[in-house]
Each structure stands twice: as C-alpha cells, then as structure tokens.
Design a protein around this ligand. Structure first.
Ligand SMILES: [Zn+2]
Length: 216
C-alpha cells in the first residue's frame, strides 16, 4: 500500500517539475520577445509630411515667369557650348535635364507646407515655406528629393526667383540660369558640393550659357 502511495506521489512530483520547467521556458521566451521589441527603433516619421498645400500651384504672372524662363533655358541649351557646360563633371547635356514643368514638378516654395526631415528651433517640423522664408536672402530655389515629396524630385521656387532684387533688368535671364542650375539637382541628382558649391555651379553654367550675365 505504501509503495502505491509512493508511486502516485512520485508521479505528481514528476508532473509538477515538468510544469515548472514548461513555465520557465514560456516566461523566458516571453521576456526575450519583449526585450527584442524594446530594442526595435521607435516608429519613424512617415514621409511625405504634406500639410495643407504641399505643392502650391502658380497662376497668372508667376506661371508666366516660370514658363518664359523655361523657354529661354531651353533656347540657351540648344547652343552646344551651353549644353555641354558641365561635360567635365560627367553631364553630357543640360538640355535633356530641362524636363520639368510648372505646376507638375515645379511649385511655389514660399507657400509650401511640405515637411522637411528635421525639427526647427521652435520644436516644430520645418516646412519648405518656413525654411525658404528664413533663408530667402541666399536660397533662391531648392529641390526636395523623392523620399520627402512622395512624387519624385520636386523643384520649389523662392522669393528671389519671382522678384529678383539684384539687376532687375536681367530678371528673365537670371531665372533661366536658376532653372538650369536646379535641373542639375533635380534630374542629374548632383548636389552643389559636387561642383564646389552653389555659386561655382551657377558660374559654370553662366560662363557657358550667358557670359554677359552677372549673377552673385
Ligand atoms: Zn544648387
């Protein structure tokens, strides 16, 4: 009788130990999963951050200014010396880079609520508009890359493009040079640094395309 009781006791002890073992593994796996969740990067911001008017259309005189400048830029790059201005930098033709159209891939940056990938000094997301306003003295236009627009590399124009305060009589020519300059960023994916800075890129284009024009 005592033996039977002992056997039953042993079986229960065995089952209890098994249960403990199972619980140990379950808790361990659970902890590991929690730990791996903890190590995962926090959810990233989903771009584009559009706001109300990410791609403000241009109308009337502003649209005319862009279209006239595009026409002149295309005329200028028909000349071989202008077209090949950046040949030494691996860009065989500037004319084929002039693919953008107003209100399709060129917009008014002064009113754009498109979010840029950083937070400004006020703890708010920088937008094209806020950044352009702050930097309008030197920032005439800018290309925002596809990951932040969701619709390809987009050219945004700043105040100087529409109202150049330097050498107003050559406004149209300056706009054409700005569009050629920006087309290099937009469609050849080369930044200013690649050419030794923004002013140098402008100079390379101006010297070949409109040597009489004085840009900054
Ligand atoms: Zn540039």
């Amino acid at each position: 009788m005592l033996t039977i009781v002992r056997i039953i006791f042993d079986i229960f002890l065995y089952l209890f130990l098994c249960l403990l073992l199972i619980l140990f593994f379950v808790i361990k796996v659970d902890c590991q999963e929690n730990l791996s969740n903890f190590n995962k990067p926090k959810p990233l911001v989903q771009y584009p951050v559009t706001g109300k008017t990410p791609f403000p259309m241009m109308t009337q005189s502003e649209l005319n200014k862009v279209n006239e400048a595009l026409t002149l830029a295309k005329e200028l790059t028909k000349e071989c010396s202008c077209d090949k201005a950046l040949q030494d930098y691996g860009i065989e033709s500037l004319s084929i880079l002039l693919q953008s159209e107003a209100n399709v891939s060129i917009f008014d940056g002064r009113r754009s609520t498109l979010g840029l990938p950083w937070i400004n000094g006020n703890g708010e997301r920088e937008t094209v508009s806020s950044y352009f306003t702050k930097n309008q003295d030197w920032l005439w236009a800018g290309v925002i890359q596809t990951p932040f627009t969701g619709r390809g590399n987009i050219l945004f124009l700043n105040n100087y493009f529409f109202s150049p305060n330097k050498a107003v009589t050559s406004a149209l020519q300056q706009r054409a040079i700005i569009l050629i300059h920006e087309s290099v960023h937009q469609h050849a994916n080369k930044d200013d640094k690649y050419f030794g800075g923004s002013q140098r890129l402008t100079m390379l284009i101006t010297d070949a395309c409109l040597p009489s024009l004085k840009m900054r």
